[in-house]
Design a protein around this ligand. Structure first.
Ligand code: AHG
Ligand code: MN
Ligand code: MN
Length: 339
């Protein structure tokens, strides 16, 4: 009798937890599982084959694309397209959303996927963990017709599933369908994910703060005040600073150990850096499902109405008490920018 159930067994067992259980969402998670294994294989070979470094292009947001950004994007797009499981995909690496038209023109699938194929890609050349983030919505336009922008610009609170893969010391797939958060570790010898982290929960309090503190001088006053609070010698402070520079890895560590992750606005990045649809919403859904809080400093992330595909917002997420404290500091000052 084996100790852990596999991801495949878990999906079958919990099929009815999916809100509109038709098997479609199960097949979608299965496809993500397959693409994750393919990307994992390539990430693990980095350094041996010619996949390190810059692809020589920029994405629509003006960021350099790494070869692995392009590779991971292709793998996820192709897997989800070939299996005819979704009706549309939006990716951080694509200018516009992609319509999946189906074998005979029509596509009756009900879900759209939004994806950050490779998160933290600037870390790949130095052997530091990277990830993939995904977010799933039920389309709002009529099934069988081409998807529209409005199918992608839904508030985060409409997500039916979200998760990430972290390609780290081991490779984990962590996801939620709105019934808590579960993590599955890949056994690379046999290519199977096993349930290793059931019912993941943020500790209510933590002692880790994660932020790119090099930007301190550019931060809003509320953030500067909160950082001084984190560093004060009082109660269980000063906290430890931990920042990998891969959202997925920083978030994963904080969920296990207890902590707060922050990417605020700054004079350099007046709307913040992270993308609402590909990064903040899925991370916020996971945060809340794990008992934490996710805010832009003033509003719940999941209640923000997206206005464009590649929209950026500031984010504060993690252990409930820590994020609530940070919000108190933020609220002492008016918002410094519109986003
Ligand atoms: P991506 O690689 O998908 O562009 O995301 C990078 C993001 C995120 O993973 C990370 O937390 C953040 O950028 C780091 O930004 P800084 O280098 O500005 O700290
Ligand atoms: Mn990212
Ligand atoms: Mn990315």
């Amino acid at each position: 009798m084996q100790k852990h159930s596999t991801l495949g067994e878990y999906i079958i067992r919990n099929q009815k937890q999916f809100k509109y259980s038709s098997g479609e969402l199960s097949r979608l998670i299965n496809s993500i599982r397959l693409a994750a294994k393919v990307v994992n294989h390539e990430v693990n070979k980095a350094g041996l084959v010619d996949i390190l470094g810059n692809a020589g292009d920029t994405n629509i947001q003006g960021e350099d694309q790494q070869k692995l950004d392009v590779y991971a994007n292709d793998v996820f797009m192709q897997t989800l397209t070939n299996r005819q499981i979704v009706c549309g995909i939006a990716s951080e690496e694509e200018d516009d959303f992609v319509t999946i038209s189906g074998n005979n023109g029509a596509n009756s699938n009900k879900y759209v996927v939004l994806i950050d194929p490779l998160d933290g890609s600037s870390n790949i050349d130095v052997n530091v963990s990277v990830g993939t983030i995904f977010s799933v919505y039920r389309r709002i336009t009529k099934a069988g017709t081409p998807v529209q922008l409005e199918d992608f610009l839904q508030k985060g609170n409409k997500q039916v599933a979200a998760g990430y893969i972290v390609y780290g010391t081991s490779t984990l797939l962590v996801y939620t369908t709105g019934h808590g958060v579960n993590g599955f570790t890949l056994n690379p010898a046999i290519g199977t994910f096993y349930l290793s982290h059931p019912n993941m929960k943020f500790p209510k309090n933590g002692t880790i703060y994660s932020i790119n503190e090099g930007n301190y001088i550019h931060f809003p006053q509320g953030v500067k005040d909160y950082l001084k609070f984190c560093q004060e010698e009082k109660e269980n402070r000063p906290y430890s600073a931990r920042y990998i520079g891969s959202l997925v890895s920083d978030f994963h560590r904080n969920m296990i150990k207890g902590g707060i992750y922050m990417y605020p606005t700054s004079t350099k990045a007046p709307k913040g850096k992270l993308r609402l649809l590909y990064e903040c919403n899925p991370i916020a859904f996971l945060t809340e499902q794990a008992g934490g809080v996710a805010s832009d400093g003033y509003r719940r992330i999941l209640d923000i109405k997206p206005l464009e595909l590649h929209q950026r917002v500031p984010i504060f997420c993690g252990s409930k008490n820590m994020v609530e404290k940070a919000i108190k500091f933020m609220e002492k000052y008016p918002k410094d920018a519109e986003y």
